[in-house]
Ligand binder design. Structure first.
Ligand code: SF4
Length: 259
């Protein structure tokens, strides 16, 4: 099983399926993963196998390393389309997340004003006021909602603490449309042989109802792209993703699909 851990605090640029030329900002240590979920499809591997020994980068280190990288990219004439908070876990768990967002926006304005600032988050900390406020300051506030089934979440996202899906949906609604929902669809089984297929009507219909309530400005749907820690997972079919995308568009919500 291949595990991908990203350099810290800056990695790339990489070409993202969903975001374009993306300079990554990883607020986790380089040698392990810190996340409030433990998704069975996580390309960083399972939490238990990837406990870091190193510390997270400080706010000052993130700003200075980002500035150095943007200076290099400016000199090369190759500026990013997007500065993306992603990497080895959940970025909003960094204790200085809000301040780092402010530093990043200031550096973006100085070096690459047309670039977007994106945050990929699992939405477990959006009820924290300073996290919520910081996410409202970024261009692309991209929040995970793979399903609304509590039992599916327990098996697939595997929250590390209390997670109440109804509360999460309420908190997603509180962004008043200033968010993008990201959802993975997949097939196959978990290690116990139980299906993980969330492309069926029993999953898609209630998820669509939640999307309608949340009214995000966009929904990104995608499927497995790389090797996963649980090796029995399979990609959703293109026609299944297209069918789900058509149903989102019917709600008058912009949609992107990565196959
Ligand atoms: S939320 Fe993201 S980083 Fe965390 S376990 Fe899931 S896929 Fe991995």
């Amino acid at each position: 099983m291949a595990t991908i851990l990203f350099p810290s605090p800056i990695f790339g640029p990489v070409h993202s399926r969903r975001l374009g030329v993306s300079l990554g900002i990883n607020l986790m240590p380089a040698d392990g993963k810190i996340c409030t979920f433990d998704c069975i499809y996580c390309e960083c591997g399972f939490n238990r196998n990837n406990k870091p020994q190193q510390h997270r980068p400080t706010r000052e280190t993130v700003a200075s390393e980002l500035e150095k990288k943007l200076q290099t990219m400016t000199a090369e004439g190759k500026l990013p389309d997007v500065l993306t908070f992603a990497g080895n876990g959940e970025p909003t768990t960094h204790p200085d997340f809000a301040g780092i967002i402010d530093d990043t926006i200031a550096l973006r304005n100085r070096y690459c004003p047309t670039a977007k600032v994106s945050v990929l988050s699992n939405a477990t900390r959006i009820a924290v006021p300073e996290v919520h406020a910081a996410l409202l300051r970024v261009d692309n506030n991209i929040l995970k909602l793979d399903t609304v089934s509590a039992s599916y979440i327990d098996r697939i996202n595997r929250p590390c603490g209390t997670y109440d899906i109804e509360n999460v949906i309420e908190n997603l609604c509180s962004f008043n449309g200033r968010l993008i929902i990201q959802t993975i669809f997949m097939k196959g089984t978990d290690t116990t042989g139980t299906s993980v297929d969330n492309t069926g009507e029993e999953y898609v219909r209630p998820w669509l109802e939640a999307v309608r309530r949340i009214a995000p400005r966009q929904v990104m749907i995608y499927t497995i792209d790389r090797e996963t820690p649980d090796s029995h997972l399979q990609k959703a079919l293109p026609e299944e993703l297209d069918d789900i995308a058509d149903r989102i568009k019917a709600l008058d919500i912009a949609t992107s699909v990565s196959y």
